[in-house]
Design a protein around this ligand. Structure first.
Ligand code: URP
Ligand code: ZN
Ligand code: ZN
Ligand code: ZN
Length: 472
């Protein structure tokens, strides 16, 4: 047997199904041994008193993506994946945006060039289909799915991104034929435009109006429509960043009709509310994202979805813009009306600590459910399992060692992304990942970065061969 490179000793190991005491032996970047006691003269990481979990997979992350109005994101692949790594992630799935009039391959070439040699975690792309021409849907997309680009996102909102129902149907049909997995952003753009015009006409232009012009009904209707389109085509679908109970009911109802649907929610819907958008002096702009955070009742509903299985995925939807410039503090246009504030908030580093602290430590979910929601189900949904997302013989040695006693207060100054604030500033957290291992390489050791950019690599994804592989 090949000698071990690294042994993780004395930890409490958790997967999506079990929690057990074991040592883990690593060779050639993979897990090769799991046993009560592993001897040998390999390097040792002592995990006494700690949890050893699969490295987090954040399957909803935006970096280096141009936003409308020429605004630049605060994170590139280097800072975004570094921040992700500090938050216990070993794989992130950023989006690759097709520009109108251009091909998907052109977009991929540009994003690969940005990512190459710059990542601290492994990455795998989702395509954003923004110009579904016959050539794109007929030839390009099927070839790309075969080449390992097996997931894509379509938008029902944003003037520059929305697809018509006809375009969504055609895209879903290609997914059915090829085994691609489709994520849908569900908000009714026409209803939002109608409400924005009303609010602007009434002089209601502050950040809070962002939430008022995107009420739950706008999301519920679009969720129902997306699920109906998927039902008509007969293809599984992922409903991303679900913010409220009404949309959850649509998912549950669709499931009862036999539709295969994966539900995703995010930290902002568990710990923020629309009141956060009311901050004085344009501070509310720090919380503008779509769908917007809602009220305490919606938070409770989303927690119920985390606990009961309406949600399979817990992602950050990390989409960072600096407050000082892009969000409008110094940007006169952004300051004129909420409609010019770029949508999206940072959170790739705080995603798992928030769910660990608020979920596991407060007794809402157990450790296997935490692992399923933050790693295993992402790998299963997007074609990276079982290489990623679990602790098993032969899997990549992507691990995060968590100190369940660590107490921290979230301060942006302690985070590692490129934004200039955290929407979770001041939130008290119990439990934090202290050591992070990527493909057998110790990247963060007791909170200190020792890995280098370029240690993370691109990982192709497999297309679905059945309906969704069984969920954890
Ligand atoms: O406001 C958000 N969520 N921005 C990121 C883009 C998206 O829709 O996921
Ligand atoms: Zn979205
Ligand atoms: Zn997003
Ligand atoms: Zn930051």
């Amino acid at each position: 047997m090949r000698p071990l490179d690294l042994i993780i000793r004395n930890g409490t190991v958790a997967t999506a199904s079990d929690v057990f005491r074991a040592d883990i032996g690593i060779a050639g970047g993979r897990i090769v041994e799991i046993a009560e006691r592993i001897e040998g003269d390999a390097a040792v990481v002592d995990a006494t008193g700690k949890y050893v979990l699969p490295g987090g997979i954040d399957s909803h992350v935006h970096v280096s993506q141009p936003s409308g109005e020429g605004i630049v994101m605060a994170d590139d692949f280097e800072s975004g994946t570094r921040s992700a790594l500090y938050g216990g992630n070993t794989t992130v799935m950023p989006f690759c945006l097709q520009e109108k009039g251009k091909s998907l391959r052109e977009a991929l070439k540009a994003y690969h060039a940005l990512a190459e040699g710059n990542c601290y975690t492994d990455i795998s792309f989702h395509l954003i289909v923004n110009d579904p021409t016959e050539a794109v849907l007929g030839q390009e997309l099927p070839a790309l799915v075969r080449d390992g680009y097996a997931s894509l996102k379509v938008f029902m909102t944003y003037e520059d991104l929305r697809l018509s129902d006809a375009e969504i149907l055609k895209t879903l049909d290609v997914a059915r034929e090829t085994g691609a997995t489709v994520m849908v952003h569900c908000e009714n753009e026409d209803a939002i435009r109608f409400l924005i015009e009303k609010h602007e006409a009434a002089g209601d232009v502050a950040p809070r109006a962002h939430a008022s012009t995107r009420p739950a009904a706008v999301e519920r209707e679009a969720t129902h429509r997306a699920l109906t389109l998927a039902e008509i085509v007969d293809v599984p679908v992922v409903i991303v960043h679900v913010s409220n109970g009404q949309s959850m009911e649509e998912i549950a109802r669709a499931r009862s009709r036999g539709i295969e649907v994966i539900g995703e929610t995010c930290p902002q819907y568990l710990v923020l509310t629309a009141d956060d958008l009311s901050g004085m002096d344009w501070e509310g702009a720090k919380f503008v994202c779509s769908p917007p955070p809602r009220d305490k009742a919606a938070q409770q509903d989303c927690w119920r979805g985390i606990e009961t299985g309406v949600f399979d995925l817990f992602s950050s939807d990390h989409c960072p813009f600096r407050y000082d410039d892009e969000r409008g503090k110094l940007n006169p246009k952004g300051r004129r009306s909420f409609r010019h504030i770029p949508n999206g908030i940072p959170g790739v580093e705080t995603r798992m600590p928030i769910l660990f602290s608020e979920g596991v430590m407060k007794g809402r979910i157990d450790l296997p459910r935490f692992v399923a929601l933050t790693a295993t189900n992402h790998a299963r949904t997007y074609g990276l399992y079982p290489q990623k997302g679990t602790i098993a013989i032969g899997a990549d040695a992507d691990l995060a060692i968590w100190d369940p006693q660590a107490k921290r207060t979230i301060r942006h100054a302690d985070l590692h992304d490129g934004a200039d604030y955290s929407p979770y500033e001041g939130l008290e957290i119990t439990g934090w990942p202290t050591t992070v291992i990527l493909g057998g390489r110790v990247m963060i050791c007791d909170g200190e970065l020792i890995g280098r950019k370029g240690d993370g690599a691109y990982r192709p994804a497999a297309a679905r061969t059945t309906a969704f592989p069984a969920k954890a």
